[in-house]
Write a protein that binds this ligand. Structure first.
Ligand SMILES: *Cc1c(COP(=O)(O)O)cnc(C)c1O
Length: 421
């Protein structure tokens, strides 16, 4: 459920007309709804209601905007970060370090030092060499780093190959079959305090079965580790729950169904559970608002050329992702159209042969469910400035990231003196 609704024939976000934002800020622009964010946090938390003190660490990479993070911080969420930059963003937004988890296969010594300095809750290690490096870094600072190993459970998440992370051939985690040896080696590293087990098998999961299979393996490993004398106190079950993108497809499992499964599978685990939801918190709390530049005849269907492009919303070209595309002021008719951006790449295509509202040059369209992995993946290809972002709350709204002038993009480069005369 979201708070993008039609009122008197025009789309509003909460109480603010989308057209008012487009007129004031220009297009393309990302628009986020505070009420939707708040609702999703509540739904996720309620779904885990029977667990004791779970740590819900929002996956910052899904949407790192400072205002979004500050909203989630006020709602009590922690953060799952995958870089020093994300760590600093989370802290700047008011997320306490003792609710921060550091994931990722390539943490550098510098990033480890930064996280140890801030005193984060847990490092999720992804390899034995990483464990050795973290131990050395921690010792050099006179500290012990709280760690879990991320297990690769060799489970097929059944999602797009580029967002599958839990198969043995993926780069993530330590092999399940070697986990006991890896933990034994970590216990001997004096700079580490081995406290947990972690797993994350992929994103946009539309079936609970692979998650349950992975969690069951984590449960068996926790028992084996405790038998081997490890004091395992946390289990991080990652993120990955899918959101509805295409209203014509069956809805992914609800957070409530996910929570029921988690409570059933983990009921005997003597640990604090942790979660790293990203998409399910922010996905449909955001839309990318764009204006139709022109409509051009196509072989089978017209090309609707919009002012948003793959640099603003990469998911369709990167993952063949499907976003619902709606007219902000629908005229009533629908027809097939190809929706494309202005970038000089055939991959700059949002939809082909899509049955959608008929739109004309100058009309506004909204790409729905664009709050996760949208603005955060934006770039400046074709010298297009980074997409601005707006946060709405009730009848209030604010630009939470301004559109940089093209001059700033040009000024970012410099010309060496042998070229300047
Ligand atoms: C991306 C990621 C998440 C969040 O995934 P969602 O599908 O957005 O919930 C959680 N944990 C890790 C380690 C990730 O890489």
């Amino acid at each position: 459920m979201d708070h993008f609704d039609y009122v008197d024939g025009a789309m509003q976000v909460e109480q603010v007309p989308m057209a008012a934002i487009a007129d004031a800020v220009g297009t393309p622009v990302y628009v986020y709804s505070t009420a939707t964010l708040t609702r999703h946090v509540g739904v996720f938390r309620d779904a885990l209601g029977s667990l004791h003190n779970p740590l819900i660490a929002f996956a910052v990479k899904a949407n790192p905007n400072a205002a979004v993070l500050a909203t989630l911080a006020k709602l009590g969420l922690g953060a799952d970060v995958v870089s020093g930059g994300e760590l600093l963003r989370a802290i700047a937004a008011g997320i306490p370090a003792d609710r921060i988890v550091f994931s990722g296969v390539g943490k550098t010594a510098e990033e480890m030092r930064l996280a140890l300095d801030h005193g984060i809750f847990q490092f999720n290690l992804e390899s034995e060499p990483e464990a050795e490096m973290l131990s050395q870094v921690a010792l050099s600072m006179g500290k012990r780093a709280p760690v879990a190993y991320r297990i690769n459970p060799d489970v097929d998440a059944g999602t797009h190959a580029k967002i599958s992370t839990g198969k043995s051939e993926n780069k993530f985690g330590i092999p399940y079959a070697r986990a006991l040896e890896s933990y034994a080696a970590a216990r001997d590293l004096p700079g580490l305090d081995v406290q947990g087990v972690a797993v994350h098998i992929g994103s946009q999961l539309t079936d609970l079965a692979p998650l349950e299979a992975a969690f069951t393996k984590v449960g068996a490993l926790i028992a084996a580790l405790r038998d081997a004398g490890h004091d395992i106190r946390t289990a991080d079950l990652g993120g990955g729950l899918g959101v509805p993108y295409n209203p014509a497809l069956p809805e992914p499992p609800s957070p409530a169904a996910y929570g029921d499964m988690v409570c059933r599978v983990t009921q005997d685990w003597p640990v604090r559970l942790m979660f790293e939801p990203g998409r399910v918190i922010v996905g449909n709390a955001g839309a990318l608002l764009s204006r139709v530049v022109r409509v051009k005849q196509g072989a089978k269907a017209p090309f609707v050329i919009v002012d948003a492009a793959m640099n603003d919303l990469l998911r369709p070209s990167l993952y063949d992702a499907w976003h619902d595309i709606r007219a902000v002021t629908p005229a009533g008719q629908r027809a097939a159209a190809n929706v494309v951006g202005p970038v000089c790449e055939t991959g700059d295509t949002f939809a082909m042969g899509r049955d959608m509202d008929v739109v004309a040059a100058g009309d506004l369209v909204a790409f729905m469910t664009a709050g996760a992995y949208g603005a955060t993946m934006a770039g400046t290809y074709n010298s297009r400035p980074l997409t601005p972002e707006v946060l709405v709350s009730g009848d209030k709204w604010a630009v939470v990231r301004a559109r940089p002038p093209i001059e700033a993009l040009i000024a970012g480069d410099s010309i060496p003196d042998w070229l300047a005369d």
